[in-house]
Design a protein around this ligand. Structure first.
Ligand SMILES: *Cc1c(COP(=O)(O)O)cnc(C)c1O
Length: 347
């Protein structure tokens, strides 16, 4: 007999993107990290917070961070919550809305961590396929699941649903529609305004990608105060430490730095996509800091292995719906030139 829940013993657990131990030797394009360092103002804020005050608990309400996010996005403070990575929010949104045996839904493919979080909670999962034209196949007139995740832009494919399309989807969800905007800073639009217009919409963001702060673990959500209040009850009350809170405020306030980094990544992405197309690759348009690219022979594994042997790490998914291609994160222009050169040699 075990002391553990059988479902936890049985579950496989989430497998994060590979982090090589000898990191310096690799060109790492597999977890959508930003090639640029965080804003110097963020580093200064973390350094300033690294002092004797670390003996004290952090602000449990994360007031300064909430105010910075609220001011940036044009909402009042009670519509905003910060978290230890947006992963924490995705988890707590399921915990807040779906009990054991309840159903949640999301697209296939999308962020596979949703399935793990549902499994921990004992929630059932329903997935929907979609076409390259973003049509969600067999989506009911009114989806009855407690929560539906729309990764927008989609990861790993990069496709982006328009605000009108998301508004329409929200009308067809009886439960919460969580728009996971992890990559929205790299795309042309976003669904922030929908939060005001549609009762059931939650927008989540992360500072991991566009703000270059994956190592800090910072995410946020914007939604109606009653949902925020529920998320507030569920979270660890000191979910953000003092350094993270200082980093969040400085990062959100340095929009100039963000916009400059994002513009460079997007320009490199669009150039890289064209270069891949010239080499016979099929590449979907991407609103993220990555592209999903299929080689002419549609053998993602072959190209993954060849890049790996050259110490270039990209993301391969063995799922039959994705094994024909690779998700390649966008680094600096120089890094992508190295990658193109390697792809030309691999053929
Ligand atoms: C990276 C990512 C996240 C996780 O963000 P963190 O803030 O680092 O936890 C969530 N959703 C998607 C789609 C992502 O790609």
């Amino acid at each position: 007999m075990s002391y553990l829940r059988q479902s936890i013993i049985d579950m496989a657990g989430y497998v994060p993107g590979f982090q090589p131990p000898d990191e310096k030797d690799w060109l790492k394009l597999n977890t959508n990290e930003n090639p640029f360092p965080p804003s110097p103002r963020v580093l200064a804020a973390i350094q300033a917070a690294t002092n004797g005050d670390l003996r004290k608990y952090p602000d449990a309400t994360c007031r300064a961070g909430r105010e910075a996010a609220a001011a940036l996005y044009g909402y009042s403070d009670d519509w905003v919550i910060l978290a230890n990575g947006s992963d924490e929010l995705l988890n707590n949104l399921i915990r807040a809305s779906a009990g054991e045996g309840d159903e949640i839904g999301f697209l296939n493919p999308s962020y596979s961590y949703y399935a793990t979080l549902a499994e921990i909670q004992g929630a059932k999962v329903r997935t929907f396929n979609f076409t390259d034209e973003r049509e969600i196949v067999d989506f009911p007139d009114l989806y009855q699941g407690k929560l539906f995740f729309l990764t927008n832009p989609n990861a790993p494919l990069g496709l982006t649903w328009t605000v009108d399309e998301v508004a329409n989807l929200s009308d067809r969800c009886a439960g919460l529609l969580v728009v996971d905007e992890a990559y929205a800073d790299f795309s042309d639009g976003n669904c922030l305004d929908l939060v005001r217009l549609k009762q059931n919409v939650v927008v989540t963001r992360t500072l991991s990608k566009s703000y270059s702060l994956a190592g800090m673990r910072l995410g946020l959500a914007i939604t109606r105060p009653e949902v925020i209040a529920a998320l507030d009850k569920i979270r660890d009350h000191y979910n953000l430490d003092r350094l993270a809170q200082a980093a969040a405020v400085a990062a959100l306030e340095d929009q100039g730095y963000l916009l400059n980094c994002v513009a460079q990544v997007c320009a490199t992405r669009d150039w890289f996509r064209e270069e891949l197309a010239k080499r016979g690759y099929h590449v979907l348009p991407s609103g993220g800091n990555y592209v999903f690219a299929s080689p002419p022979d549609r053998n993602g594994r072959r190209v993954y292995d060849s890049l790996y042997s050259r110490k270039i790490l990209v993301r391969y998914f063995s799922d039959p719906a994705l094994s024909h291609g690779l998700r390649i994160s966008i680094g600096t222009r120089e890094q992508m030139e190295v990658t193109l050169q390697a792809l030309s040699e691999i053929g």
